[in-house]
Design a protein around this ligand. Structure first.
Ligand SMILES: Nc1nc2c(ncn2[C@@H]2O[C@H](COP(=O)(O)OP(=O)(O)OP(=O)(O)O)[C@@H](O)[C@H]2O)c(=O)[nH]1
Ligand SMILES: [Mg+2]
Length: 502
């Protein structure tokens, strides 16, 4: 993988409901650019992106993975993210790099909960956005209906690239000169059209909808072409940060500027050691450079710098602003940190991770391994900042908290696999001043918690009473729980422990 200049790099995050084909799309891109000779399948565990042991076992994405596709002289740095809601922290971290978003939609399913969640995220992070409708090869696909549903739900900024009229109108909105031309009925030149389109996409006024089949390859080159052309260049991205005095600043993506490196993902590989994924926000990185971490107040030597594609690594000694790389063996740096010059300290605004909302009580299966369990979990926390380990002082139980049962199950499996520690999930003890409540933002569930139809078992009655009682409670734990519920627009119930104040 050769080095690219900033203007030949595009950073793109793949978002969307689970199983819409994000990982398979990258296979298709790599196949078309002859990096692989056969399309990998998630079911066969042979895709470039889902290379981690647990991903191969489960057949879905768990970690965000950087998979560059070099297409016609442009390097498209794709970050594949998991569709499962439990791992939403990964998408947040990827978006915090300022990358453009693709929301992948399954042509046969249309808009799903994960599509709406992806939409909420791109709004929160102000990301330029593309839609790709994938799986057009499937039977009974009503493409027009899916396109109309996207436009209906997410607005008229969503346009297909072959809808000339809608595009002209959107392009006209890019600046006054173009608007004037449009109203006078004059046609745009190719340059004007390209400029208007790029401006509109950058500002979020245009969100192109494209269609393809990652499986058959139909439309994939067209998608890659459009991404090279229309994804905003890194130099148009300004990064929000704070200076040494805590003032808000914006950092321009300038290869000649001060070196600023933002860490958006950490992997704790038991064999390879710690790997930190980095976006070069500004400046040009040379391997061997010493940088400073304002959070840990420690220096870091950037000894091993490499380009990655899934698990494949290639050493490099230079990386320019706008590009993404992996850094080996950073001692005092974690996800969300910034590395910069000591005499010009800045901190990039990190991703806002969801706070844990689902807790289980755990014990090491072997009582002598409590310490080992805690150590293993804290290593795993480096690569997933969305779970916590808590000791309940009153019940003396160890609580593992995260986003849901799938995530906590994966964490336990990794703990066993990497650190040889088996854990048991045990019933949670309730301290007399606390109770575990189930909550949800889904009105159907809320109703069933509220209404008399949920009084069949004593547990339901208990739940309902507690729910009603706590709804009036203004404790911060309860508020936190409710804000979590609001964020997770889902029919799933979440449990949490909150204090009862009488
Ligand atoms: N028919 C058809 N199937 C596809 C296509 N693209 C992907 N698939 C299948 O859809 C399933 C899910 O694909 P993935 O690539 O794992 O989807 P994903 O979006 O990465 O899923 P998560 O990682 O769970 O978010 C697999 O069985 C793929 O083979 C397509 O274009 N057509
Ligand atoms: Mg995937």
């Amino acid at each position: 993988m050769k080095g690219y200049s900033s203007d030949k790099i595009r950073n793109i995050v793949l978002l969307g409901h689970g199983s819409t084909g994000k990982t398979t799309f990258l296979e298709a891109g790599l196949l078309n650019t002859k990096v692989i000779s056969r399309l990998g399948k998630v079911e066969s565990g042979n895709t470039v992106s889902d290379y981690e042991k647990m991903e191969i076992e489960k057949g879905y994405t768990i970690n965000q993975t950087l998979v560059p596709v070099e297409y016609k002289g442009t390097k498209l740095n794709f970050i594949d993210t998991p569709g499962f809601f439990d791992f939403a922290g990964e998408a947040r971290a990827a978006l915090s790099t300022g990358a453009t978003a693709i929301i992948m939609v399954d042509a046969s399913s249309g808009i799903q909960v994960g599509t709406e969640k992806a939409w909420d995220l791109v709004k929160e992070y102000n990301s330029p956005t593309f839609f790709i409708i994938n799986k057009i090869d499937k039977e009974n696909v009503e493409l027009d209906e899916v396109i109309a549903a996207i436009q209906d739900k997410f607005g008229s900024a969503c346009v297909t690239l072959d809808d000339k009229d809608a595009l002209d109108e959107a392009v006209a909105a890019a600046d006054e000169e173009l608007m004037e031309k449009f109203f006078e009925g004059e046609a745009f030149t190719d340059e004007e059209f390209a400029h208007g389109l790029a401006t509109g996409i950058h500002n979020g006024d245009i969100m192109p909808i494209m269609t393809m089949s990652a499986l058959t390859g139909d439309g994939v080159d067209g998608v890659l072409d459009a991404l090279c052309k229309y994804v905003p260049k890194p130099e148009t991205v300004v990064t929000a940060a704070k200076d040494a005095d805590g003032n808000d600043i914006e950092i321009a993506c300038d290869p000649a500027g001060d070196l600023v490196v933002y860490i958006f993902k950490t992997l704790a590989d038991p064999f390879l050691g710690k790997i930190s994924y980095a976006k070069i926000v500004s400046g040009t990185l040379k391997s061997g450079t010493d940088l400073y971490n304002p959070r840990s107040e420690k220096s870091e030597k950037l000894g091993s710098v490499f380009f990655v594609r899934g698990k494949a690594q290639e050493m490099t000694d230079t990386v320019v602003a706008g590009d993404m790389v992996a850094l080996g063996k950073l001692q005092n740096t974690k996800t969300g940190d910034t590395l910069c010059a000591k005499n010009k300290q800045v901190e990039v605004k990190p991703a806002a991770f969801p706070t844990p909302c689902y807790f289980v009580a755990v014990e090491a299966a072997d009582k002598n391994e409590d310490e080992k369990m805690a150590q293993g979990l804290s290593r795993l926390m480096e690569e997933d900042p969305t779970f916590v380990l808590e000791r309940n002082a009153e019940t003396h139980q160890t609580l593992l908290g995260g986003q849901g049962d799938i995530q906590l199950g994966i964490i336990q499996a990794k703990l066993k696999d990497r650190y040889g520690v088996s854990v048991n999930v045990v019933p949670q003890k309730i301290a007399y001043r606390e109770t575990t409540v189930m909550f949800t933002s889904d009105s159907r569930h809320r109703q069933s918690l509220d209404s008399s139809s949920a009084k069949n078992s004593s547990a339901d009655r208990f739940l309902r009473t507690t729910f009603l009682q706590l709804r009036r409670d203004s404790s911060s734990a309860w508020k936190r729980a409710l804000s979590q519920a609001a964020r997770y627009r889902t029919s799933r119930l979440f449990s949490t422990t909150v204090p009862i104040t009488k």
